[in-house]
Design a protein around this ligand. Structure first.
Ligand SMILES: [Zn+2]
Length: 503
């Protein structure tokens, strides 16, 4: 092994332990199976189970209170507006950025936050998914490799066509990894894939966690080939997901509840709170109000009759009926859920907090409601929503969108994010799995473990240091203030990138 050694990381967005067990048992991923039979794996805890904050923690080694990203969007209390979070809102460097500062080389494909791309010395970066509006890379000379990632049309009409498209996209990633992995010198090679998350969002059926779906063997066969290549070229290999995925039977609409209790106020002009989604499914909701349908919808007795009535009315009128949905008026509301994946409630009126928490806690399907300052800590805690809602995931409840629909509980079979992901580590390390509950590790452990394995000083803000030392099987050699240097790098990037302002 060279000193410093080489570490390869593959991110599998949304891969839960149960889904992992399924693809292992079907034999789709022989290389991953081999690694797990030797090393086992940790369950990775992420709250909120949401792509931008979780990947930011995984890649930076700190909790959101220190990196500043709490969701897809941030709420600005003084203006009452929301904006999409980006790499410019990230306040702690990611592992490739810390390594770059120390003179170690990295290749990073799809860092998160993905946009804008922040150029750092000693790193090659290609960004082509999640929120990247277009394919971007750094430095200029790697353009010919970046272009191996072709544009695939995802507006396909059937699920089968979509899955075939995913397989084609993975062929591009295979070609990219193959062409970069032994052509350039690196200490860390990090590839994030939007799978299985993007696939699982296409299914609401429970069987997707148990049975094989179309093209799944091909898709995961290609991912396994990427893993095999990475394993061959590195001393350590990490496979990590930012959150899990699970099946639910009930969707809880928090803002509808807050509206009923007069905490949240509707904005009938439709300006209010927007919601940003991960997969471009950002439909504009019609404010069509059909009072009759709504009254029926709110009545349990008639709820079974709705679909046939709805179908009949639609047949007669030739128009689609949708239940009225209103945006939240953020200024007039005392409290509101910011967005589905943030799991966060914003309070405009703090004296109501205690009463609100106790009312929410008595709701069916809510496991807990906690102050964000009890969950996160750091200089950017002020950006966090005031309260965090923990649905009772394992009893089948998840959170719905942030619109006021007046229906608090929607009984619907859906698949969606879950806080437990996976963390697999192969190589001559310390602990690679534990028994039972102790097997759950926080998501920020990943970057710190990598820093230790590469013999690099940890950030003086790093979280869960002792645990990272146990997992890496070595002690931290000292602390370093990376944030100061990172601020300068980010400022230069801010000047260069147009259109996006740092807040
Ligand atoms: Zn997702």
């Amino acid at each position: 092994m060279k000193n410093p050694p080489k570490i390869a990381v593959i991110g599998l967005d949304g891969c839960s332990p149960k889904y992992l067990e399924k693809i292992l048992s079907y034999g789709f991923v022989p290389t991953i199976k081999q690694i797990i039979s030797k090393h086992g794996y940790f369950k990775l805890y992420a709250f909120p189970p949401c792509t931008p904050p979780s990947w930011s923690s995984i890649m930076s080694g700190v909790n959101p209170g220190k990196h500043g990203i709490y969701g897809f969007q941030h709420y600005n209390r003084s203006t009452g507006s929301t904006y999409l979070t980006s790499a410019l809102h990230l306040e702690h460097p990611r592992v490739h950025e810390m390594l770059g500062i120390n003179g170690l080389k990295s290749i990073v494909i799809n860092p998160i936050p993905s946009y804008p791309l922040i150029p750092v010395k000693n790193t090659l970066i290609i960004s082509h998914m999640f929120f990247t509006p277009r394919l971007v890379w750094y430095p200029e000379h790697i353009g010919k490799y970046a272009k191996l990632l072709r544009e695939h049309s995802y507006r396909s009409s059937t699920r089968e066509e979509y899955l075939e498209n995913v397989a084609n996209t993975l062929d591009d990633y295979l070609a990219l990894v193959e062409s970069l992995i032994d052509r350039f010198d690196w200490n860390m090679f990090w590839l994030n894939l939007h799978y299985p998350d993007a696939i699982l969002h296409k299914f609401d059926e429970k069987w997707v966690f148990e049975k094989q779906y179309y093209f799944e063997d091909k898709i995961f066969g290609k991912i396994d080939r990427i893993v095999k290549m990475m394993l061959r070229e590195s001393d350590y290999l990490v496979i990590v997901s930012d959150h899990g995925f699970s099946h639910y039977h009930t969707i809880i609409n928090i803002n509808s509840f807050l509206f009923r209790r007069r905490y949240a106020v509707e904005d009938k002009e439709g300006r209010g709170l927007r919601e940003f989604w991960e997969h471009g499914e950002n439909k504009d909701y019609l404010g069509i109000s059909n009072r009759l349908v709504l009254r029926i919808a709110n009545n349990k007795l008639f709820s079974k009759m709705i679909p046939p009535i709805k179908n009949l009315i639609e047949k007669i009128t030739g128009k689609k009926i949708r239940t009225a949905e209103y945006n939240v008026d953020v200024k007039a509301s005392k409290a509101f859920l910011l967005s589905t994946y943030s799991h966060g409630i914003i309070l405009n009126d703090t004296p109501i907090k205690e009463r609100l928490v106790s009312e929410l806690k008595t709701l069916e399907g809510i496991a807990d409601v906690r102050d964000s300052t009890k969950i996160y800590d750091g200089p950017y805690i002020g950006r966090a929503p005031d309260l965090l809602v923990f649905p009772d995931y394992d009893s089948g409840y998840c959170l719905g969108k942030n619109k006021i629909t007046r229906i608090v509980y929607r009984r619907k079979e859906v698949n969606n994010h879950h806080p437990i992901g996976i963390f697999i580590l192969s190589g001559p390390t310390g602990e690679t799995s534990r028994e039972d509950d102790a097997n759950i590790v926080p998501n920020h452990i990943v970057a710190n473990t990598i820093m230790l394995l590469l013999n690099q000083p940890l950030s003086n803000h790093a979280d869960s240091i002792e645990l990272a030392e146990k997992i890496a099987g070595r002690k931290n050699s000292g602390f370093k203030d990376y944030v100061g240097t990172w601020r300068l790098v980010k400022r230069i990037a801010t000047i260069k990138s147009s259109g996006i302002k740092a807040h």
